[in-house]
Write a protein that binds this ligand. Sequence first.
Ligand code: KG4
Ligand code: ZN
Length: 327
Amino acid sequence: MRRVLGIETSCDETGVAIVEDGRRILANEVASQVAMHAPYGGVVPELASRQHIQCISQLLDQALVKTPGTIDAVAATCGPGLMGSLLVGVNFARALAFAWQVPYVPIHHLEGHIFSAFLDDGPEAVSQFPLLALLVSGGHTCLIWCRAPHCYEILGTTRDDAVGECFDKVARLLDLPYPGGPSIQKAAEGGDPAAVAFPRAMARSDSLDFSYSGLKTAVLYELRDTSASPTDLAASFQAAAIDVLVIKTKRALQQTKAARVVLAGGVAANKLLRERLVGELDAQVILPPISLCVDNGAMIAAAAHSRQTTGPESPFGSIASPNLPLA
Ligand code: KG4
Ligand code: ZN
């Protein structure tokens, strides 16, 4: 199995990539819809699926022009995500696999994010398991114990908002542009992270679950009741949001005795989070490059290559599933 075409359309990025031997990125075309959704302060599902349809063929053409030659399998994110958007990628991938007479490999979105750590200059996947994954994005906040490739146990997850969603909502409160993560990170530069002592929800509980809706409300009240500057508010919010991720990851490390931690998902682009994990964890921290933290087709191709070569075969079925469980 040499070349896998990977397709990602679960949310607001259309990704089409070709990856060789599960590692080498030959083409990685990503069309972001961020500008289109920005005026609404979040992703509008109907607009997202229409935009995927608009650009997916062109992205495929671009990828194939960069990489002439045969494709050995076609993979797509089959869930979780927005139903209309998932359907575009899944049906496009299945049609290509049928036309080219190659296998279609359905991939779980979070599994794709985990495999983003092994692309290009990352370590080779098979030698890295067991590992702990901290998966942080606009839709997910999870600690996942990965005993072996594709063998997952969810140790903790958010009980309400995802951490990226919280960044996006707080950015709106602070009048910062969407997506909130990068704009809060920028606004926080030069701010005092200790200016406001925002709550670290569930930080003291033994559970590895997260809760982010209270933090968003705390920012709302602070904004209404005090005179802290927007820079200090952004820095204090970011410090609190990231602190909980670091505390819970340390606890999960103690429980699992994992030697390696993979950080993945859109929020993995956060500079403070990256620095704190590398500086404070008693484990090897594998960080995908920032360009591979956002949704992309290469991570889907990498996960599919691993499923096809080391197994087990994908259990996810050939239909799109918005709430697909990982484990
Ligand atoms: O993985 P992703 O591209 O899409 C989902 O699957 O959700 O993640 C998008 C999320 C958004 O909520 C965005 O605000 C957040 O990742 N994000 C960040 C940063 N860059 C993107 N959050 C914090 N700091 C960043 N630098
Ligand atoms: Zn994602």
